[in-house]
Write a protein that binds this ligand. Sequence first.
Ligand SMILES: Nc1ncnc2c1ncn2[C@@H]1O[C@H](COP(=O)(O)OP(=O)(O)OP(=O)(O)O)[C@@H](O)[C@H]1O
Length: 260
Amino acid sequence: MDKWMKLFLLGAGSYGNVYYAVKFHSSSLSAEVAAVKCSDYHRTNSLELEAKILTTLKGCPNVIQSFESSVSMANGIPTYNLFLEYACGGSLHDLIINSKKGMMKMSELEVGFYAYQLLNGIQHVHKKGWIHCDIKPANILVFDNERGGMHKLKLADFGLSLRVDDGMAYMTGRPLSNRGTLLYAPQESLTCGYHSKAYDIWSIGCTVAEMMTGSRVWNSRGTKEYLEWQIMNKYPVIPSIVSENAKDFLHRNSREDSQG
Ligand SMILES: Nc1ncnc2c1ncn2[C@@H]1O[C@H](COP(=O)(O)OP(=O)(O)OP(=O)(O)O)[C@@H](O)[C@H]1O
């Protein structure tokens, strides 16, 4: 019986699907749960890279942990499986939407606790020589209530991450060649394809502002070209409703020399 069983679909990514899985232990009558990222064998590149990166990131409480990978057969097609700890609270994107629905904006205390966890996670990632390149609420997973109704957050989805040595950056030299999601990408990644640790700090700033206000920092209702123009030519508006400390945090995150 000690075998993983995929029970239901949690979602889909560009590489394949994510399932909720359980493994029953016949000897102890206990069960383990996991989220399994699966991909057809001919599309495994990004998942195998993610597995490799997660192996180097073990041990940080604010980075998703992987515990094994395997190849199984599904309808005669080999499938690559990456087993991750299961986030029972969904993503930070869900948490922001639910706070908005309940008309209960997150308190600054709560946002501060989450911001601390994101910075702790990214500091670990940067120390290990990686830039995440796609931090956004949908790529931050939510775990059980920690204290006072607040959650534990973990950085996830390292499929676009880049390896960079200390003080170095990855540069395409081409405009509009940023790696991650446009809404969370800094100006320099659009103007000349420059990706450094500051990329992730900017994305965390956008994420923290979104937690505070319930809205994204950019107006995303126009065309993609309009969004690109905004990012390259404007600074996000720092919300006036937040405390001076919070404003200071957001200003520091948007400085071009900010590092993890
Ligand atoms: N460890 C996990 N625990 C619970 N749910 C997860 C876990 N990992 C991913 N999911 C959920 O599975 C879905 C797909 O996640 P994933 O991050 O792989 O893809 P994506 O970010 O939507 O796409 P892409 O990776 O192509 O950008 C999302 O809804 C995500 O919240």
